[in-house]
Design a protein around this ligand. Structure first.
Ligand code: GLA
Length: 710
C-alpha cells in the first residue's frame, strides 16, 4: 500500500499524496488530476480525466522515460511546466536568462505543502533552480463542489545581486491524455463579430492563440477546449482551460508527430521581456482547467458554475433590465433628451438607465474630449445632478459611460500631460479612433484616473459604470522606465484591476460593465471585478445568436448584456421582428438600446409586456443551468423548479413544420406544467420525444415556453 498522506484532513480530502513515489492526486466531483516528478525533479502529468484513486494514479508513474532517439526529448508533451532547458523541444512555458547569459533551467524539488481552506484545498510544489537563485512554486487549487482546477506559478529571484530576465512565464501547461484524434474548440472574431465558435481538427505542430493588443481582444478569447473529435453537446470527454487575464496573452497548443498534445498559456505575447530584481516575486494569473466527461454542454455548465461561485463579485444578484442611450443618440446627448428617454424607459419597466458617450469635456464627436472628465456644461448646465435625480425619482438606477484609459490628443489632459501616453522615443504616436492609450503602469496616471472616478461616482451618485476601452495598444513604450519597460504590458492591466477593486471597495453599491468596443475585454480576470460584460457592438439579433453561442461556451448568461435595438440594424441593415429581438436578448441580461422615443405605442406596449415576462424568467435565465441545442435552434435554462425553453427560427424552407424540441436537464420521473397553456407534460416525454412549439409564420420567428415542475 502506498503511504497516503494529506497534511491536513483525511485521505478523502481533495488533495492527497504519496511522498515516497512523489505522486500527488487532486480530486473534484467528476474528475481527478495526478502528477509526479521525474528522477531529475521535473514535474510531470500522470492523469487528467475521470475520478481515480491515489493507488491507481501511482500505478501510472512508471520509471523515467528515455528519449527514443537522439532528436527527441523524453518528456515533451507530459510536463506540468516545460522549461527552456535540457532536451526539451516543445513550446517552453518558462524561459529565463540569468545575468551570466545562461538560459536553461534545471529543477530541484524542495518540497510540497497542502493547505485546506473552507472552500477548497491548495497544493504548492516548491522548486529552485539547481544552481541559480530562482525559486519556482507551482500552485494547484481545487474548489469545493467544482471540477475546475486553478493553476498558477510564482517566481522569485532569491539572490542578492543580479536580476533575472523573464522571457516567458506561463501560468500552467495542461497535458491532454493520448487519444486517436484531437479536435480544438476556440473562438475567433473581430469588431462586431466576436465569439465565433471554431471546432476543427487540431493540426500537427503548434497552434498559437494570442492577443498582442494589450486587451483580451475581439479576435481570440483566452480559452481552449480539446476533445477526441467525438464529443457533442451532451456526451464525450472534453479537456479545457481558461485564462484569467485581460491584457495580452498567448496559448500554444502543441500536437507532436506521435500525437501527444499539450497546451501552455500565460500573459504577454512573444518578444516582451520582464526582469525580476533580487528579492522580487512574480505571480502569474490563474490558468484554470476543467475536464468534462459529458460533452461541451457540461463543460460550459462547469465553467458557468465556476464563474458564479468563484469569479463574479455578486453572483447572487439578478442583473437589472437596462436602457442604454448610445444607439439612440450617438454623441448628441442633452439633459432634456436623456430625461425624455428616461421617462419612456421607466414607463416600460427599465430598472437601470445608462447614459453613454458624449456627456463630458468637448466630447461632441470621437475627435475630442477623452481625458477631460468634467461634465459638459453646454449640455448639462447644472451638472449631472438633475438628470441623476430624475432617473432615481423615476425609480431607476443611474449608469454612466467612461473610458478611463484613453485620451484624445485634442483634450486639455493631453495638452497638459503629453507624456502620459504609451509611446517610444523617435516613433510616431499612432492614433486609432483619434485616441491614444494612457500608460496606467505609471502610478501618476492610474492615481489620477482613480481620483476622478471615485469623485464622480461619489459626488454624482452613480450606480453603474460602463467601463469602455476602445483601441488596441501601439508603440507600447515608457521611455522614462529604462529598467523594465515591457512590464507595462502587465502593470497596465493590473492597474485597471486595482482601480476597479478600489472603486468597488469605496462604493459598495457600484456595479460595473466591461466593454471594449463590444467584446474586446471579456475574460475571467475582468469578470472578477465586474458584474456584466458587453459581448459586441453588433446588436443584430440574428448575428447575436452566433455571438452568444460562442460566448456561452465559457461565460455565463448572468453576465451577458444584450440589447434590443432598432430596424434596420446599423451594422447589417437587417430587419427582424421586435419579438425576435427581445427573445434573443432575453437569453442574457436584457437591455434596450433602441431609440424608444421613436417607438410606436404598439411597440412600447409590446416592450412593456416582454420586459415583464423577462423579469418573471430572469432568475432561471441568470441563475439556471444552460442547455444548448444548436441544431434545434434552442437554448434552455433549468433550475430545480422551472425550465425556460427558447426557440429561434430565423428562416425556414418550404413552409415545413419544425420537429419537437427535446428538453434537456429534466427529471424523467417528473411532471412539468406549461405555465402559459396549463398543459402538463411528463419529464420522460419532454426528454425523449420533445415539446411541440408553435411559432409564428414567417422569418425571424421565436418562442419562449415556461415549464414548472409540479
Ligand atoms: C464603444 C462601445 C459602444 C459605445 C461607444 C461610445 O464603441 O462599444 O457601446 O459605448 O464606444 O463611444
Amino acid at each position: 500500500m502506498p503511504n497516503v498522506v494529506a497534511e491536513k484532513g483525511s485521505s478523502l480530502s481533495a488533495i492527497t499524496r504519496d511522498p515516497v513515489r512523489r505522486v500527488w492526486l487532486l480530486r473534484t466531483p467528476s474528475s481527478s488530476y495526478g502528477l509526479t516528478l521525474t528522477g531529475e525533479d521535473a514535474p510531470l502529468n500522470l492523469h487528467w480525466g475521470p475520478p481515480r484513486t491515489l493507488p491507481q494514479v501511482v500505478a501510472l508513474a512508471g520509471p523515467d522515460r528515455v528519449s527514443p532517439n537522439s532528436f527527441e526529448g523524453a518528456d515533451d508533451g507530459w510536463e506540468e511546466l516545460p522549461v527552456d532547458g535540457g532536451t526539451r523541444y516543445g513550446p517552453a512555458a518558462l524561459q529565463v536568462r540569468f545575468a551570466d547569459g545562461t538560459r536553461a533551467i534545471e529543477w530541484a524539488f524542495l518540497g510540497s505543502e497542502i493547505t485546506e481552506a473552507e472552500n477548497g484545498s491548495t497544493l504548492r510544489l516548491n522548486f529552485t533552480d539547481r544552481h541559480y537563485p530562482l525559486k519556482i512554486a507551482l500552485f494547484y487549487r481545487v474548489l469545493e463542489g467544482s471540477d475546475v482546477i486553478e493553476r498558477w506559478v510564482e517566481l522569485e529571484n532569491s539572490g542578492g545581486q543580479e536580476r533575472i530576465e523573464i522571457l516567458r512565464a506561463d501560468s500552467a501547461a495542461w497535458s491532454v491524455p493520448t487519444r486517436p484524434a484531437y479536435r480544438l474548440s476556440h473562438v475567433v472574431g473581430r469588431w462586431g463579430a466576436e465569439f465565433q465558435l471554431r471546432r476543427t481538427e487540431l493540426s500537427s505542430g503548434e497552434t498559437v492563440l494570442t492577443s498582442r493588443r494589450g486587451i483580451t481582444s475581439h479576435h481570440a478569447n483566452p480559452w481552449v477546449m480539446l476533445d477526441a473529435g467525438d464529443a457533442g453537446e451532451e456526451h464525450g470527454e472534453v479537456w479545457g482551460a481558461a485564462f484569467t487575464w485581460s491584457g495580452s496573452w498567448r496559448i500554444t497548443v502543441a500536437r507532436d508527430p506521435v500525437d501527444k498534445v499539450i497546451f501552455t498559456g500565460g500573459f504577454g505575447h512573444e518578444g516582451v521581456r520582464w526582469f525580476l530584481e533580487p528579492g522580487q516575486k512574480l505571480r502569474t494569473p490563474v490558468f484554470a482547467g476543467l475536464y468534462s466527461p459529458a460533452g461541451f454542454g457540461a463543460a460550459s455548465r462547469g465553467w458557468h458554475d465556476y464563474a458564479l461561485r468563484r469569479i463574479l463579485p455578486h453572483p447572487e444578484e439578478v442583473r437589472p433590465v437596462l436602457y442604454n442611450s448610445w444607439e439612440a443618440t450617438g454623441f448628441e446627448v442633452s439633459e432634456s433628451g436623456q430625461v425624455e428617454l428616461a421617462t419612456r424607459a421607466a414607463a416600460i419597466g427599465i430598472e437601470l438607465f445608462v447614459m453613454d458617450d458624449g456627456w463630458f469635456g468637448r466630447r461632441t464627436s470621437d475627435r475630442a474630449g477623452l481625458g477631460d472628465w468634467q461634465v459638459n456644461r453646454d449640455r448639462f448646465p447644472d451638472g449631472l445632478e438633475p438628470l441623476v435625480h430624475e432617473v432615481h425619482r423615476l425609480g431607476m438606477k443611474f449608469g454612466l459611460w467612461v473610458e478611463p484609459e484613453m485620451v484624445n490628443p485634442d483634450s486639455d489632459l493631453y495638452r497638459e500631460h503629453p507624456d502620459w501616453v504609451l509611446r517610444f522615443r523617435n516613433r510616431r504616436r499612432s492614433e486609432l479612433r483619434n485616441q491614444l492609450v494612457l500608460n496606467f503602469a505609471d502610478p501618476a496616471v492610474s492615481d489620477w484616473a482613480f481620483g476622478w472616478l471615485t469623485e464622480l461616482v461619489g459626488d454624482c451618485r452613480i450606480d453603474f459604470l460602463k467601463w469602455d476601452m476602445n483601441r488596441a495598444f501601439s508603440e507600447a513604450g515608457w521611455p522614462e522606465n529604462t529598467g523594465d519597460p515591457d512590464r507595462l504590458w502587465i502593470d497596465h492591466t493590473r492597474a485597471v484591476y486595482r482601480i476597479m477593486d478600489r472603486l468597488r471597495a469605496e462604493h459598495p453599491g457600484l456595479r460595473i460593465e466591461s466593454c471594449s468596443g463590444g467584446g474586446g475585454r471579456i475574460d475571467l480576470g475582468v469578470l472578477a471585478r465586474t458584474d456584466q460584460v458587453w459581448p459586441s457592438d453588433n446588436t443584430d439579433a440574428f448575428d447575436r445568436l452566433l455571438i452568444q453561442e460562442g460566448y456561452s461556451q465559457l461565460y455565463p448568461a448572468r453576465a451577458m448584456t444584450a440589447w434590443v435595438t432598432d430596424n434596420p440594424h446599423f451594422v447589417t441593415g437587417r430587419r427582424t421582428r421586435l419579438e425576435f429581438r427581445f427573445h434573443v436578448a432575453m437569453t442574457g441580461v436584457l437591455g434596450i438600446g433602441g431609440d424608444i422615443s421613436s417607438w410606436s405605442e404598439h411597440e412600447l406596449a409590446q416592450a412593456r409586456e416582454l420586459i415583464a415576462l423577462y423579469k418573471d424568467i430572469r432568475p432561471v435565465v441568470q441563475h439556471g443551468k444552460l442547455y444548448r441545442s444548436p441544431a434545434a435552434g434552442s437554448v434552455q435554462y433549468v433550475t430545480d423548479a422551472r425550465t425556460v425553453v427558447f426557440v429561434f427560427a430565423p428562416t425556414g424552407h418550404f413552409g415545413q413544420s419544425r420537429p419537437p424540441v427535446r428538453v434537456a436537464g429534466l427529471d424523467p420521473e417528473g411532471s412539468y406544467r406549461d405555465e402559459d397553456t396549463g398543459v402538463v407534460h411528463s419529464g420522460a416525454v419532454l426528454l425523449d420525444r420533445g415539446l411541440e412549439i408553435s411559432l409564428p409564420v414567417g422569418d425571424y420567428a421565436s418562442a419562449i415556453v415556461r415549464l414548472r415542475r409540479i
